[in-house]
Design a protein around this ligand. Structure first.
Ligand code: GDG
Length: 480
């Protein structure tokens, strides 16, 4: 029986080593949930980095980690500190991430980091190939592994390979500036199916293929080295039932309440409206612009002073990269300045948390917020917007969403805004705060229906089905 190998930069596991004891727990991210049916059934395995640098492990411990990880149907790719610094923090997060999100001024193209990117993609290829049998299927995820499909195809041409990009694919005018543009595209073309969140990203990719590699593109198929490569969009969903059920449980819960929950309930009694934003602390998420736009809102509509509060959760991320350190300083300063400007003895306009919260607290925040303010400058999809909708089991609540998030393409009933326009921001925030309940419920109902139908499992299954079809097409062509 053939199997499927899933490949991503990180394994869906938390590995912790204290003294000499080893603890492994599954991490329950969206991707892991979506992959459940592909990964846990049959002989499927997941290949990725464990999160522990190899040079920090003794040979015995390294072997033990590998054995324990195996029990979870995972195989780790050994990466050392230098790999992490140059391939992950370096090339992936200082060259690819900013460029693909249109932050050209943040890109840093270093030859040495490119070499590391190639070296690490080869390390991944080796582990995949060591675990591969003829006729297997491989599903590769995301921008850290753009070269991997071709590396596998070169050595194992009978393998069916799918690739999914979780971030935007930029327009040709941006992508063409990339020094290794040909190598990156050729690396991706080792796949039989390439998936993107939206039709726009797919279109941008095909445009680069035509103009940089001068290949024939027929609708959404690329003819390359006598192979037909299919390109399509698969908007990623969430584990809808998980969020909905957690919200239902919280509404009915008579168990002990957390401090956060007690405070949020007091807030509701005080008759102040709660506006929520949740992001990783990343410059693509538009955090400083959002704070400044919120200041503009309070200046423009002073009647909302003491009547609203912005709860802003920013989860620490990539804090070794200088631009992220700068963003953190800028955010701290802005929150301080705006709270200083508007605060009264009984009110501060922004509650700012710079940490990661447990899942239950996240649900508390979602269900207590009248408005979710999701305003990235650029975002591949944005799952927070979808999670907020799934938790609104009482049918009320308004989502204000940036047009620049992939999610906006399928969430038309949200209030869509240009995150760079303070006027647009302020008008729509006011509209959200004054929206009649009936309208809130109607919009929510449509949003929820769509998210329920196209959840993360459906997303994974649709991609997988399409990938298997490419295999059948190839087999028919060969027998002809
Ligand atoms: C990339 C793309 C694309 C956040 N804070 C906490 C917490 N979270 C969870 C959220 C959500 C996830 O993290 C964030 O997902 P996003 O989709 O919003 O953003 P990225 O991390 O940038 O993800 C993005 C995604 O890949 C999938 O393809 O949508 O565009 O950039 O699930 O709930 N979870 C917990 N505590 C927190 O404090 N437990």
């Amino acid at each position: 029986m053939n199997k499927t190998i899933i490949v991503s930069n990180r394994l869906p596991l938390q590995v912790s080593i204290q003294e000499n004891s080893l603890e492994i727990s599954p991490s329950v991210g969206g991707l892991a949930t979506g992959m459940k049916s592909v990964h846990s059934e049959g002989k499927g395995i997941w290949v990725g980095w464990s999160g522990i640098p190899e040079n920090e492990l003794s040979p015995e411990l390294s072997q033990k980690v590998q054995q324990e990880i195996r029990k979870e149907k995972c195989v780790s790719v050994p990466l050392d500190n230098q790999d992490i610094e140059e391939y992950y923090e370096g090339f992936s997060n200082r060259a690819l991430w900013p460029l693909f999100h249109y932050f050209m001024e943040y890109t840093n193209f270093e030859q040495q980091e490119w070499e590391a990117y190639k070296r690490v993609n080869e390390k991944f290829a080796k582990v995949v190939i060591d675990n591969l049998d003829d006729g297997d299927t491989v599903w590769v995820h995301d921008y850290q592994l753009l070269l991997l499909p071709q590396l596998i195809k070169d050595q194992k041409p009978n393998t069916t390979i799918g690739f999914f990009l979780h971030i935007p694919f930029p327009s040709y005018e941006i992508f063409r500036t990339f020094p290794w543009r040909q190598e990156i595209l050729k690396g991706m073309l080792g796949s039989d199916l390439l998936g993107f969140h939206t039709y726009d990203y797919e279109r941008h990719f095909l445009s680069s293929i035509k103009r940089i590699l001068r290949l024939d593109v027929n609708f959404n198929e690329i003819n390359y080295h006598d192979r037909m490569i299919k390109v399509d969009s698969f908007p990623m969903g969430i584990d809808y039932d998980k969020y909905r059920n957690a919200a239902l449980k919280h509404h009915s819960d008579s168990l002990e309440k957390s401090d956060l929950r007690k405070r949020l309930e007091e807030h509701m009694i005080e008759d102040k409206k709660l506006i929520l934003s949740i992001d990783r602390m990343d410059y693509t998420k538009g955090i400083p612009t959002r704070i400044k736009a919120f200041e503009f809102f309070l200046d423009t509509y002073p009647e909302y002073k003491e009547k609203v509060r912005l709860v802003m959760l920013a989860v620490p991320s990539r804090s070794n990269v200088p631009q992220y350190q700068k963003l953190k300083r800028e955010t701290d300063e802005l929150v301080g300045r705006i709270n200083g400007k508007f605060a009264t003895v009984s009110w501060t306009p922004i509650w700012y948390f710079y940490r990661s919260l447990p899942f239950e607290d996240l649900i508390d925040l979602y269900i207590s917020s009248d408005v979710a303010l999701i305003t990235p400058i650029r975002d591949g999809m944005n799952l927070v917007a979808k999670e907020y909708v799934a938790t609104r089991t009482q049918g009320n609540g308004v989502l204000v969403l940036s047009e620049m998030a992939g999610a906006s393409k399928e969430m038309n009933e949200a209030l869509l805004i240009n995150p760079n326009s303070y006027e647009d921001f302020a008008l729509n925030l006011k509209r959200a705060l004054t929206m009649p309940l009936k309208e809130q419920e109607t919009r929510m109902k449509f949003l929820q229906k769509r998210l329920k139908r196209y959840d993360v499992e459906k997303w994974a299954n649709e991609f997988f089905k399409s990938l298997e079809e490419t295999k059948q097409v190839r087999n028919t062509t060969i027998t002809k």
